[in-house]
Ligand binder design. Sequence first.
Ligand SMILES: Nc1nc2c(ncn2[C@@H]2O[C@H](COP(=O)(O)OP(=O)(O)OP(=O)(O)O)[C@@H](O)[C@H]2O)c(=O)[nH]1
Length: 489
Amino acid sequence: MRELSWLGSSKVLLITLWILINGIDTKHAHASVVDSQSIVNLKNSNVVRYCVDPDWLPYEAIVDGRHTGISSDYLALLAHYTNLTFVLVPTSSWRQSLELLKQGECELTPILNQTPKRDQYLSFSQVFFKSPNVLVSLKSQPFLQGFENIGNRLLAIPKDYRLVEYVQRYYPSLNTILTSNERQGLEKVANGEVDVFVGSMFSVNAYIQQQGLTSLKIAGWGGPEDELRIGVIKAKKTLLPQINAGLAKITQADHNAIYKKWHNITVIEDIDYSVVIQVGTVLGMLILFLLYRTICVSKYNVHLEKNNKQLQQLHLELEQKNSDLDFLAQHDPLTKLFNRQYFNQTFLDDPRQPQQNKQANNNISLVVIDIDFFKAINDKHGHTVGDKILVQVAQVLQASVRDLDVVARWGGEEFVVVCQHVALHDATELCQRITDELTHFHFYNNIKVTCSYGIALLKDNEPIQACFERADGALFKAKQSGRNQYCSA
Ligand SMILES: Nc1nc2c(ncn2[C@@H]2O[C@H](COP(=O)(O)OP(=O)(O)OP(=O)(O)O)[C@@H](O)[C@H]2O)c(=O)[nH]1
């Protein structure tokens, strides 16, 4: 009975139950069914004739002449734990079963409530099964919770059931009608003939499920729990000690097995909408807050991503500008040749550079080149044309030297070439090559351009500055000697 204890304490519940009728348990021996002639012939005092409600599943019923239901399983166990043999006396209604009991044709009925009226002709065993009673109404009706709230509604009760006595005694003012059985009462509620029906929870729900009466609901509890017992006629009450002893031997596992076999109950609590609304509101606000947070974070991420892209772009631009600045710092903006600063950094200010080069190859020559009479070009053609001539001379120089030679604009119309891995003789050849190129080059405005050259070969352990000064001196000599020629130092 432990499984049922929660039912008494539940308040407003919407209960959906369905009962799986699995057929008769074949594990235990069944009570025999015999015809009335055979009953008369039964002399054995251990044989007990019994009647049941033929239409009260899952508690009990007669199906195809055989007793089935919860009471059938309990009776089989009782037969096992006692030396009693139970023989069914088939009846067609509960009323007929009660009549046969009163007449002594039946000696026992295996599952019923004890009432004062029944006490007059039956003696009862201990309670072995408990079950609540419930009020059933159309789903459109409000929850009633109990008899107190039925009001003027018409209540149907199965006749000869204990509930008739109970309602008459405790709620005499209720409008009631009696039905032949639970089935009829439920159908009257479904048809709208009565407002409420009261019956045993398990049987009511079995019938609702079997018949698919989906318009019905359990509207509340109806009276006290059924406390079901075995009833024996007064003439056979000496059987009770044996029956109670047998009932006591039924294990909790047996009770559980019968309960599980005949009942599968799901309880859905009646929803407290105020709590649902409160919880829903809180959850809704939480979800809105999280949504708001998510939107904010995603907006911030988009903003951050945009800023990162801008930063990356700025970084690229900065790198480009730095690179441009490096280039500008090392190159002459007019001729795009290396400038004097680069030359100084690379060859004059860093004494290791020429040393390293010198160690790799002793032959490093410096050629200092100066355009002849450039002032006259400027004066005659203008400074802008002079610039164009400077650019064209730079092109000639760049085209005349090898890739590993470095050409720099020293300043004004003066250039310097660092020739790596060449001897003095090779440097003079370079000067001649440049002279030839200048002769054949078509300068702007057909201006004729010549240059003078001063060559110096870097000596062992000589600072490159000294070498440059010697080359410059040689240039001076070339100018002095009439220009358009080279001199070496
Ligand atoms: N157009 C232009 N002229 C420049 C630039 N730098 C220097 N000059 C000019 O170059 C001329 C150099 O003249 P000078 O030093 O007298 O030499 P020169 O006329 O070439 O005569 P010699 O060198 O003796 O043959 C000056 O008129 C400068 O103004 C420049 O970047 N552009």
